[in-house]
Design a protein around this ligand. Structure first.
Ligand SMILES: Nc1ncnc2c1ncn2[C@@H]1O[C@H](COP(=O)(O)OP(=O)(O)OP(=O)(O)O)[C@@H](O)[C@H]1O
Ligand SMILES: [Mg+2]
Length: 257
């Protein structure tokens, strides 16, 4: 049971497309939406990759609060630990214009990833995740970080099965899943899991780039005529922004006076 139309129910192409309108989910960044052809299709698994400090969490949080504002409930699975306590999280989030205290832990629900990993080790990832997604009636699922999850599951030979289950679940339930991971381009080329992704967004940190700036590149976005050009990114109180035309003074954040 996945709500998928059967061939005999489809009719012609026009009827099919009318019956199943594709409402794309915004990333919360107008510039990024534009780069990927408007947003992310429900049923997609999209990786947000990049090294530490590249902005993966800020982009994901921004998408979470934008989704909440658009009426989409969010389940945000995070690594609860010393530096990532929920108190620190709120403290950091309060720096950003996109943060909505009223949505915090209501339409954007936070869930510690470790009990889910433990359940996936001993039983099944879906067994752990399904009730939480259903309770939240989530349309967007963020796993920050999927690398933490998969590395622990690899020790128990559960990583591949869990990822496959997750992908099927997301597709059947028409969710959008943002899988945040500390992966770099080399990992993406080498690891087979990326072949099954619907989208891959790669962020780079200022310390990596010769120009000392943040960048973003879309490595893949199924079904979209996405831009393959890298763009410069800025993180500020306004959140995660794509700077196009970086030669233009306005886009570089310089007052045109
Ligand atoms: N209010 C702010 N204004 C400008 N830049 C900020 C602000 N808050 C954080 N940053 C920048 O964003 C970076 C952190 O981004 P983020 O936490 O999203 O990284 P990440 O890719 O999730 O890293 P990790 O893999 O370690 O979790 C910080 O290193 C800092 O440079
Ligand atoms: Mg992070």
């Amino acid at each position: 049971m996945n709500g998928e139309l059967q061939p005999e129910e489809m009719g012609n192409v026009a009827e099919l497309l009318r019956a199943v309108p594709e409402e794309l989910v915004s990333t919360g960044s107008a510039g990024l939406d534009e780069m990927i052809g408007g947003g992310i299709a429900p049923g997609s698994v999209v990786y947000v990759c990049g090294p530490t400090g590249s902005g993966k969490t800020i982009l994901s949080e921004q998408m979470a609060y934008a989704s909440a504002a658009a009426g989409i409930n969010v389940l945000y699975m995070y690594v609860a630990g010393f530096s990532e306590s929920i108190v620190n999280r709120v403290r950091n989030l309060q720096n950003f214009a996109f943060f909505d205290a009223g949505a915090f832990n209501v339409s954007v629900a936070y869930h510690n990833i470790f009990p889910v990993i433990r359940a996936a080790q001993s039983t099944d990832l879906l067994y752990a995740i399904t009730p939480v997604v259903q309770k939240q009636q989530a349309g967007l699922l963020v796993i920050d970080s999927i690398r933490t999850m998969l590395e622990r599951l690899t020790e128990f030979d559960r990583a591949e099965k869990s990822l496959r289950q997750l992908t099927e679940f997301v597709s059947e339930q028409k969710l959008v899943a943002m899988l945040v991971g500390e992966y770099q381009q080399d990992d993406i080329v080498r690891q087979p899991q990326f072949a099954f992704a619907d989208g891959i967004i790669l962020l780079t940190a200022p310390y990596e780039a010769p120009d000392g700036k943040r960048h973003i590149r879309i490595l893949k976005m199924r079904g979209a005529n996405h831009s393959s050009k890298g763009q410069q990114v800025r993180i500020s109180r306004s959140g995660f922004e794509i700077l196009r035309n970086i030669n233009s003074e306005a886009d570089a954040g310089v007052s045109a006076a």
